[in-house]
Design a protein around this ligand. Sequence first.
Ligand SMILES: NC(=O)c1ccc[n+]([C@@H]2O[C@H](COP(=O)([O-])OP(=O)(O)OC[C@H]3O[C@@H](n4cnc5c(N)ncnc54)[C@H](O)[C@@H]3O)[C@@H](O)[C@H]2O)c1
Length: 465
Amino acid sequence: MKTRREFIEASALAAICAGCGAFNIGATRGRRPAPSETLNLAVIGCGPMASGNMGAFMKDPRVRVTHVCDPIAESSYHGYNAKTPLGRDVFKRRVDKFYKTTATKSVADFREVLADPSVDAVQITTGDYWHAIMGVEAMKAGKHVYCQKPMTLGVSEGWAMIAASKASGVTFQVGSQQRSAPEFRQAAEIIRNGLLGECRSCTIGLCYAHNDGCKQNYTRDCTPSPVPAWFNPKDSMWDLYQGPAEHWENNAYIPAIHAPVCWRWSSRMGNGSIADWGAHHFDILQWALGTELSGPVAIENVKTDIRDPNVVNRYLDQAKTYQFDIVYADGFRAHVGDLETIGFNGLKFHGTKGDLFVTRGKIVLPEALKSWKESDLKGSDVHLYHNVHANGCHEMDFTDAVYEGRQPACPVEIGHRSATICHLANIAARLGRTSLKWNPKAERVVGDEAANAKLVVKHHNGWSI
Ligand SMILES: NC(=O)c1ccc[n+]([C@@H]2O[C@H](COP(=O)([O-])OP(=O)(O)OC[C@H]3O[C@@H](n4cnc5c(N)ncnc54)[C@H](O)[C@@H]3O)[C@@H](O)[C@H]2O)c1
């Protein structure tokens, strides 16, 4: 009899569809609308990223946004500028106006959404600390899931999500939308097909160096404060917002980590900028290397300021500056650092034919490849998933996959592996290790039980998977 992990790995490997990035799945419990039917979508988490994803779904005539859900009805202290009114009632007004209706359901508790049989799919756009619990519950309820990246708060959550995905057979897309953009596909195809010559290394710069690094207006005030009115403390919205994240003493509201968006800067709710952007760029790294269903064998040369009292405190406990190497079994090494240290946001692959740089909306090829076009690829070359929609719409790839009964460009197994690299780097930083050896098959840190203990996410306040 197979262990659970062996079962998961066997299933993930069996699902690989060579070269095209599509994963075929069998019978499903989730409702798959016929081509003439609409896909009813509920938006869970009504913040700035939700706004972008929902906007893309609303443009798709196959999709109808029927529910918007957030414990916050409306907060003016929202958006990436801390000034945009957001929350479920703001979203409801927008959706109602778009469809010329008053029928969009505005719901505070996501469990009500999942219990509604009219909902076919959910968009999970909450902070990272909620993704796994909501994702698993949604899959158990037979809903297709578009879940934002990083898919998890820790490695064990990925195991649970993979198991739920396999058991339910629903379509699950991780919101790593770079995979649907042509510049990242071209970069990955060039590396996969050896067109950069011998390519043994890469440099990766990650954007947003802490909550004061992205010019947001959010406070860094860590004084325990009264819970703001937008959480409506009387009807437990404050508890529903925090969900499985460990409370501070007396269930205090700490402005610098509890205001919307700011959950990123507390390890109880997020994984800092290493995961915020690492989930994107490591996803592309693994795509280019063809390691998206396994991973590296070590994280080395870890250097961060995570123990510097001038940078972190017990609330804001994420690294601001960091460097580390991601090392693969064949010796390939990706050197990673924050934006200030590296000097760019994106990936630069170093090959014997020159450097290839890719970031959002831009790819810079070396002289030797200046005239290269994707159409130059031969039938026998590796052709990667190609999003066929205008502007590489990742959301539409999800909808295609729901209708076609398949997995989309970034299924749960891939999202798990990209997030795992972020988690390993954060674990090494937190434990003060300069390196960790990783067994990607067994998904264990080699010879470091303290690090292995940190693979497991502890959920609080009665929440569990
Ligand atoms: N793909 C990308 O490029 C990209 C960009 C930005 C953010 N993201 C991801 O999107 C997600 C959301 O990020 P954000 O910056 O919009 O965060 P945010 O904090 O502004 O928004 C999250 C929303 O979820 C709500 N929420 C909290 N608990 C909830 C619950 N129990 N039920 C329903 N809603 C709940 C919050 O009230 C908030 O409105 C994160 O996972 C983030 O990493 C992805």
